[in-house]
Design a protein around this ligand. Structure first.
Ligand code: 13P
Ligand code: SF4
Length: 350
């Protein structure tokens, strides 16, 4: 990828990207979904990028898959499909377009490529990593297998293709407990998220769950004391935590689930006040459709997810830059672990 100054200059040669009140007006239907959190002047800045990306998507026969942590102008402005990690992986298997632009982090783009290798999968910023994915290598999986001989390895999708390839089956935050419960072994190894593993261990007490020492830098920052303090001043607030949070944080919450699980809960319950103990963009993205819910309390930003911007998406589609490749032998093994998860999830959902 070019550096930001060169990239900006190249884009300026091909597109009129000056703030445009006219384009903002022409895309008022998109803006309506985020007007609670994006100001009109900001939308006038975003609108030329949104219009150019949506035009280029058609020219390139591309589809944009975006994670729930993307900023509102990406989530509502250019995404064709939004979802949690499991939903995005399933969508990647179904994509018919020639090009998939993965607006999320690198492991998600790798997963899309593993599941649909014939497609060009573009990552707008190759540096959008993940602290969990960076915490473990295949050697770590081998170490766990040596420590717990015969125990199956259930690996979170937030990992590299090579780590998935060394694992027996993958999981996401929306199916981890069911996948662990379905393993034909008393001991189950979970990698790399120790907090997800500890939360699963509470849900599946008949298994001995052992874990790798990784954590999400966004969710590990929340503390149970923060939640207790917040609740003591705001007793009517519904607190909803992602399972990448430490177990004492999850224990303080009224509900815990994957990002889509959290969205589903708020849509169903429509509490007067809600505190989402997860990444900041979640509340911003759903607040437009839930005007009666007041989203309160602190949130933490994922520095990796926030590397994805409209400008970088436009560049990747313009230059077809940032194609993700996975070694064929690694991809074949990783596909087995991811596909097992998808198949088992479908089977368990009945
Ligand atoms: P889910 O969207 O699967 O809940 O995962 C959250 C996450 O941190 C992805 O990086
Ligand atoms: Fe990784 Fe946490 Fe960021 Fe998700 S929120 S991409 S788990 S660092």
């Amino acid at each position: 990828m070019l550096d930001q100054i060169a990239l900006r200059a190249e884009l300026a040669d091909h597109y009129d990207l000056a703030p445009s009140p006219d384009l903002a007006l022409a895309t008022a239907d998109l803006y309506a979904r985020m007007e609670r959190v994006v100001s009109p002047p900001d939308w006038a800045i975003h609108a030329p990028y949104v219009a150019a990306i949506n035009r280029l998507k058609k020219e390139r026969n591309a589809v944009i898959l975006a994670h729930n942590y993307m900023t509102p102008e990406i989530y509502h402005g250019v995404a064709d499909v939004v979802g949690d990690s499991l939903q995005l992986a399933i969508e990647a298997t179904r994509a018919e377009a020639d090009v998939i632009v993965q607006c999320g982090v690198h492991f998600m783009a790798e997963t899309a490529k593993i599941l649909n290798p014939a497609k060009t999968v573009l990552m707008p910023d190759m540096e959008a990593g993940c602290s969990l994915a960076e915490s473990i290598t295949p050697a770590g999986i081998a170490e766990m297998r040596a420590r717990y001989p015969g125990a199956p390895v259930v690996t979170y999708v937030n990992t590299s293709a090579a780590v998935k390839a060394a694992s027996d089956i993958c999981c996401t935050s929306s199916n981890a407990a069911q996948i662990v419960a379905a393993q034909d072994s008393d001991t189950v190894i979970m990698t790399p998220d120790k907090y997800l593993a500890q939360n699963v261990a509470r849900q599946v007490p008949h298994k001995r769950v052992v874990w790798w020492d990784g954590a999400c830098i966004v969710h590990e920052r929340f503390t149970a004391q923060d939640l207790r303090d917040f609740r003591s001043y705001n007793p009517e607030t519904r607190i909803i935590a992602h399972p990448e949070c430490p177990p004492d944080v999850v224990a303080e919450a009224d509900f815990s689930g994957s990002t889509s699980g959290i969205i589903g809960y708020v849509e169903r319950e429509r509490p007067q006040k809600a505190m989402l103990v997860t990444e900041c963009s979640m509340a911003s993205n759903i607040s437009g459709a839930l005007p009666e819910v007041d989203f309160v309390g602190p949130c933490n930003m994922c520095p990796y997810m926030k590397k994805i911007t409209l400008e970088k998406i436009l560049w990747s589609l313009h230059a077809m830059d940032g194609a993700v490749e996975v070694d064929a032998a690694i991809a074949a093994k990783a596909r087995v672990a991811v596909q097992r998860m998808i198949d088992l999830s479908r089977q368990l959902a009945g």
